[in-house]
Design a protein around this ligand. Sequence first.
Ligand SMILES: C[S@@+](CC[C@H](N)C(=O)[O-])C[C@H]1O[C@@H](n2cnc3c(N)ncnc32)[C@H](O)[C@@H]1O
Length: 389
Amino acid sequence: MEFEEMLDELAGRMADGHLIKATISGPRRKSEGLQRIRLKPVELRGELYIQFEYQYERILKHENVPAAGIREELDRRLRDFRQMQASFTGEDVQIMLSKKLKVAWKSKQTGNQAAADLSHDRKKQYLLEEGKPYPFLVRLGVQTPDGKVKKGKMDKFRQINRFTEFIADSLHHLPKDRTIRILDFGSGKSYLTFALYHYLKIEQGLDVQVTGLDLKKEVIEECRQIAADLGYGDSLEFLVGDINDYNEETRVDMVVTLHACDVATDAALGRAVRWGAEVILSVPCCQHELFGQLDAPELGVMLQHGLIKERFAALATDSIRAELLGLAGYDAQILEFIDMEHTPKNIMIRAYRTGRKPGADRILRYKQFRDLLGAEPFLERELNSLLDW
Ligand SMILES: C[S@@+](CC[C@H](N)C(=O)[O-])C[C@H]1O[C@@H](n2cnc3c(N)ncnc32)[C@H](O)[C@@H]1O
């Protein structure tokens, strides 16, 4: 079989959803550092992709390749390796490649079932995989040493994974020519801080400097100990402090918060905007500020019910946050974080810096809304000197 013909055959089977798993091994050039590539099908937003997992000496990198790009990626990679083993539906294949790219293709019929009906009965494909132990998740008590997610920790595991997906989607907004500075405000036990360090530094091999900040001294000390035990080095640090007093930075690229209580979220957003962070990802928590301020007779039909008032206050608060970020030069969106079934705290505010100035009509629309509610938002006060009004 010719090399080109082999590529057509492999790419065709993979694009048709017949791949179960494959491994490319035996690097020809040790100096490149890439030791092995594992492939498996994944479903992302309803589409089939092949995930290429590149194993270097110390790091793993992942790339999800759409059906249209599989042949090209195989072509690029297989030239540098001696063999590939692949399980397809009903057939195992072993391929040996000579230096001159002559192909020896051996196959064996099996009872393998397709991996394969990706849209049905398939476990959700997480960036952090179930069943694979991650040392930080084991130390934080989310996983057992053999990689099982512990009872009662599945929600946390989902949240960390989902947040990491948002981070992965935002990578193209971050600088490529210098260290990426990231702050996690109200980091608490720091599941997310560790996860983003793991994903960006260890899996993606990016040059990052990550700080988790929280009020709680003992918790932060524990995080420091875990990071030291895992040998994470200087690019991950944990600080005790109040977001409101944290003025140490001049340039920050990404600010994240996960369930930072009440106006701690606003304090974090305010700082992120002041530093001109390119990416802000924030999942708010409980909201009390607006609940206490709401004074809108026009909305009395709703606000007479405590439960509705509470929910309305939360939704209005996040709308105000997103709008203020918009007025401060960000493209801000409200997205679903985790579906309602798992947590009611299911809103993600995602903002990318554009630097665009708002028009007078948008400013007026915001002020009318704020005044209708009788709101005096913390974030507006934080951003007042920066807002162009
Ligand atoms: C609900 S916990 C969430 C912790 C973590 N982000 C997570 O998702 O597991 C909220 C954290 O915010 C911290 N926090 C609240 N206000 C803060 C402030 N002003 N400055 C720093 N941390 C704050 C609390 O100490 C607490 O650990």
